[in-house]
Write a protein that binds this ligand. Structure first.
Ligand SMILES: *Cc1c(COP(=O)(O)O)cnc(C)c1O
Length: 386
């Protein structure tokens, strides 16, 4: 047996994120299994209704994940081969990948250094006659100023799709992110707040768009399998246009319904922990923690900090010190334009994106985190940065 004598090794590793799942989710999943209806069915419908109510959307359409929700959204606004779609490079790569899935070209725009989000100033210069849509990401839960972007894009007839993968429970102009939006996409991956294992939700203010999205996620069928079962209809379905299989299962939806009841508590706890980080790290010179913008509130899906340009310790070195103390930090949000996957796009220099992705890191933050665990993170940061 190897004896490791560093004190950190004796302490359990603090993860960067941990989903909050309990007996209730297990019971709900078991009930769905026992019912015999495990594919998309009544629980998906009930989850959609609860979700739409919670975020203030007219319609919610459950899908297999947020990437497929984004692809569906682009398909619904007619994005296709030859089109350009403006996206922030400063995002999880799925944002750009969805554009490729639609056959279009992602055009990378820079972001605001404080919010990490697109602004009219960063989007304006990259618009061309071929720009069909812009995917506005509410990065890490920080709401983007969509009204300002709409003022630029609406008169040009450029569609806006909101990537709210991380932003359930965040607010924008006093309403939940997703309220009244033309097209928005949410994720239920365990790295986000509400999880169904894998899963996504498309929200829209249009009943017509929602009806088409419901068809498209289920092979383009005119009547869903669940509805045919419920009504006992024997009329054959039609396939009105080529669709996809982007369905969520009833087992996932059963879990999602329980998760939604935890959302308010999750957001409150995350905001409390983030405020505590802010207070305890205030003495670190030049270090900046992500915060609410003037137009909304963040759910702190990721609580990231930005090191000063003249930081005595680099980001990667800092991550190593944290790891040695049994703390699992993460590099900040990635920059898609620097990845080999997009090396075929014209090279661009995005100063704010490149600075953020190089010098930021995500701190551990999860619902069940204790003050003692948070103190360990704070102490390790002080030890490394002093
Ligand atoms: C997680 C994430 C996605 C992808 O979500 P999946 O449900 O895993 O497909 C898309 N965009 C952003 C900004 C994300 O953080």
């Amino acid at each position: 047996m190897t004896v490791v004598d560093t004190p950190a090794a004796a302490l359990p590793v603090i993860p960067v994120m941990r989903p909050w799942l309990g007996e209730e989710e297990a019971a709900a999943a078991a009930e769905a299994v026992a019912s015999g209806w495990v594919a998309q069915g009544p629980r998906v419908r009930a989850f959609e209704e609860a979700f739409a109510r919670r975020v203030g959307a007219a319609e919610a359409v459950a899908v297999s994940n947020c990437t497929t929700a984004l692809h569906l959204a682009l398909h619904l606004v007619g994005v296709g081969p030859g089109d350009e779609v403006v996206v922030p490079s400063f995002s999880f790569i799925a944002t750009a990948n969805a554009v490729r899935h639609a056959g279009a070209h992602p055009v990378f725009a820079d972001v605001d250094l404080v919010t990490g989000n697109l602004t009219p100033e960063t989007v304006g210069p990259v618009l061309t006659a071929r720009t069909r849509a812009v995917i506005v990401v509410h990065q890490a839960g920080v709401p983007a100023d969509t009204a300002a972007l709409g003022a630029l894009l609406d008169p040009l007839g450029v569609a806006v799709v909101e990537d709210a993968a991380c932003a359930i429970g965040s607010t924008l102009y006093g309403r939940p992110v997703g309220a009244g939006v033309a097209l928005g996409a949410f994720s239920f991956h365990p790295r986000k707040l509400v999880t169904t294992g894998e899963g996504g939700m498309l929200v829209t203010s249009s009943a017509e768009v929602a009806a088409r999205a419901r068809r498209l996620r289920e092979h383009g069928m005119s009547v869903s399998a669940a509805d045919r079962h419920a009504t006992g209809s024997v009329a054959p379905e039609q396939y009105l246009e080529p669709g996809f299989n982007y369905r969520m299962t009833d087992v996932q939806a059963a879990i999602g319904q329980v998760q939604l009841t935890r959302l308010d508590a999750m957001v409150a706890r995350r905001r409390e922990l983030a405020a505590r980080y802010r207070a305890l790290l205030a003495d670190l010179p030049g270090v900046r923690l992500v915060e609410d913008p003037p137009w909304g509130t963040t759910n702190h899906q990721s609580c990231w900090l930005l090191l000063p340009e003249d930081s005595p310790v680099g980001r990667d070195e800092l991550l190593e010190s944290l790891a040695a103390a049994g703390i699992s930090g993460r590099r900040g949000i990635m920059a898609a334009h620097l990845e080999p996957a997009y090396a075929d796009r014209p090279r661009v220099h995005l100063p704010a994106t490149e600075r953020l992705t190089a010098d930021s890191l995500v701190l551990p933050l999860f619902h069940q985190m204790t003050a003692a665990e948070q103190d360990r993170v704070v102490e390790a940061l002080h030890a490394a940065l002093r």
